[in-house]
Design a protein around this ligand. Structure first.
Ligand code: IMP
Length: 187
């Protein structure tokens, strides 16, 4: 585990080591394999933040007969009545009748997750499950509960292992929390 790091003038301290992350990724991978391992699931990685978690998780799940899509939300100006519209882009697989597992980096208010599940359900999958690396239950504005969670954490700003601050920090092996706000994570 490294030392403190500075990004955009803010100091971050080590929080979750790569070893702890790997343990939880393995646990969640086993749960997902147990639930969808008999079908031909579609894993949907939500860009950009989930790219590192998804790469590790999908390989750890180890199902041969699966496909992967990489989606993101693109914002554009709708009509004067709809205002800004967020549209899901990048879905390459036909989801009809398939078991879908959405892979996210973090659930904060839960608003993104709820919208994502709605958008995915419109493609008529057989089932939709939601896996997240991190969950901030105290920040929830939706009551949304992910099916698979590696870590539940307090509502502090964190980065590393795919998560960023203004695009920086995604490449870090470990997860860091903003200084003076360190707390313990469950999981
Ligand atoms: P939600 O819709 O509020 O649940 O937002 C989830 C999104 O907020 C994530 O996909 C992240 O992009 C971002 N986010 C929330 N908390 C953090 C954090 O601590 N670090 C980095 N990004 C975060």
């Amino acid at each position: 585990m490294g030392n403190k790091i500075k990004i955009n003038g803010l100091t971050f301290v080590p929080y979750l080591t790569r070893e702890r992350i790997a343990e939880q990724v393995k646990r969640v991978a086993e749960e997902i394999r147990r639930d969808v391992g008999q079908s031909q699931p579609v894993f949907i990685c939500v860009l950009k933040g989930a790219f590192v978690f998804a790469a590790d998780l999908i390989r750890e799940i180890g199902i041969n007969d699966c496909t992967c899509s990489f989606v993101r939300y693109a914002s554009y100006d709708g009509t004067s009545t709809t205002g800004k519209v967020r549209q899901l882009v990048g879905l390459t697989d036909d989801l009809a009748g398939r078991d879908v597992v959405i892979i996210e980096d973090i659930v904060d208010t839960g608003l993104t997750a709820v919208k994502m599940i709605d958008d995915i359900k419109a493609h008529n999958p057989r089932s939709v499950r939601f896996a997240t690396l991190l969950h901030k239950p105290q920040s929830s504005r939706t009551g949304f509960e992910p099916d698979y969670i590696c870590f539940s954490i307090p509502p502090k700003f964190i980065l590393g292992y795919g998560l960023d601050l203004d695009g920086k920090g995604r490449n870090l092996h470990d997860i860091y929390v903003i200084e003076e706000e360190q707390d313990s994570a469950e999981g």
